[in-house]
Design a binder for this molecule. Structure first.
Ligand code: AMP
Length: 299
């Protein structure tokens, strides 16, 4: 695995892959890797010839009072993990090269960037889109891999790619969880041992909401109410938002529909955690209808 820090060298390496007729997969990350990131690396390796993993703790997506300075970093460990996975290039651009003095250009996906996480993190998605577009321009991947863990981010990136006619296929892969259900996140490193159990309330409340949908509940106010009350029962949890939205426009739904996204952000102590589930109702309804049909045939 080659480690590249220069933008120019990354462009040259990418051009070589392309000249050799090889397809390129890009996995953009902020490092401090875990199995969630590695699942994306594996997905890339499966369907592209060369996998580039970027690690860049992107300053423009952090608000002034957020955790840029203390975001966990361990490049040596990350490199070992990526080598073991068979990544081809680890790209670690320097902040001074990505944003040289006088830098002025930003990419915004209007409206979508202001919803859900965008409410409490107003510049976040502008920073994400800007850095992802810069990474796309440098690496020029055929496919880019993102996690459903950051559902809003994936939706916004898809929209940016569509709106700006970018020639990259966006692949979104499922959330990888710890054995106890907590969604893996580099920020879980901030959670103190006594907070860990409290953090499970995110998974638990989402699971319960999903079960309510499976049992026929369609009113999002009821689902949100139940999730909020579960979260309120946990003394270490403080809700940022709980929402049920459609997965394209992120507009709140009053009744759940197939593909609806139940998303939440919750502070556990000082750590802000996010999680989500997508509800599936069509298949169930169809199965139920078929069962009903079978029953009426019997009669
Ligand atoms: P980050 O390093 O947190 O910026 O994440 C880099 C990529 O990994 C993003 O596309 C995330 O959505 C994805 N990712 C982070 N955590 C998980 C997880 N638990 N499961 C799947 N993908 C994840």
């Amino acid at each position: 695995m080659r480690i590249i820090t220069s933008l120019r060298q990354m462009k040259v390496a990418s051009a070589r892959f392309r000249a050799a007729g090889q397809t390129i997969g890009l996995v953009p990350t902020m490092g401090y890797l875990h199995q969630g990131h590695l699942s994306l690396v594996r997905a890339s390796k499966k369907t592209t010839d060369a996998t580039v993993v970027s690690i860049f703790v992107n300053p423009t997506q952090f608000g002034p009072r957020e955790d840029l300075a203390k975001y966990p970093r361990d490049f040596a460990r990350d490199a070992r993990m990526l080598r073991a996975e068979g990544a081809d290039i680890l790209f670690i651009p320097r902040a001074a090269d990505m944003y040289p003095p006088g830098y002025k250009t930003y990419v915004e996906v209007h409206e979508l960037q202001n919803k859900l996480c965008g409410r409490s993190r107003p510049i976040h998605f502008r920073g994400v889109c800007t850095v992802v577009l810069k990474l796309f321009n440098t690496v020029r991947p055929d496919k880019a891999f993102f996690g459903q863990k950051d559902a809003q981010q994936a939706i916004i990136i898809r929209r940016m790619v569509q709106d700006l006619d970018l020639d990259v296929k966006v692949e979104v892969k499922p959330i990888i969880r710890d054995a106890d259900g907590l969604a893996l996140s580099s920020r879980n490193a901030y959670i103190k041992p006594e907070e860990r159990k409290a953090a499970l309330v995110l998974t638990r409340s989402l699971k319960e909401a999903k079960m309510m949908v499976d049992q026929g509940q369609r009113k999002t106010a009821v689902l949100i109410g139940r999730i909020r009350s579960r979260l309120q029962d946990e003394p270490l949890a403080r809700v940022d938002y709980v929402a049920v939205v459609d997965p394209e426009e992120l507009e709140p739904l009053s009744l759940v529909k197939d593909g609806a996204l139940i998303a939440l952000a919750v502070f556990i102590g000082r750590t802000r955690l996010i999680d989500n589930v997508t509800v599936r109702i069509k298949a169930k309804t169809k199965a139920k209808a078929e069962r009903k049909g079978a029953l009426s045939l019997k009669r």
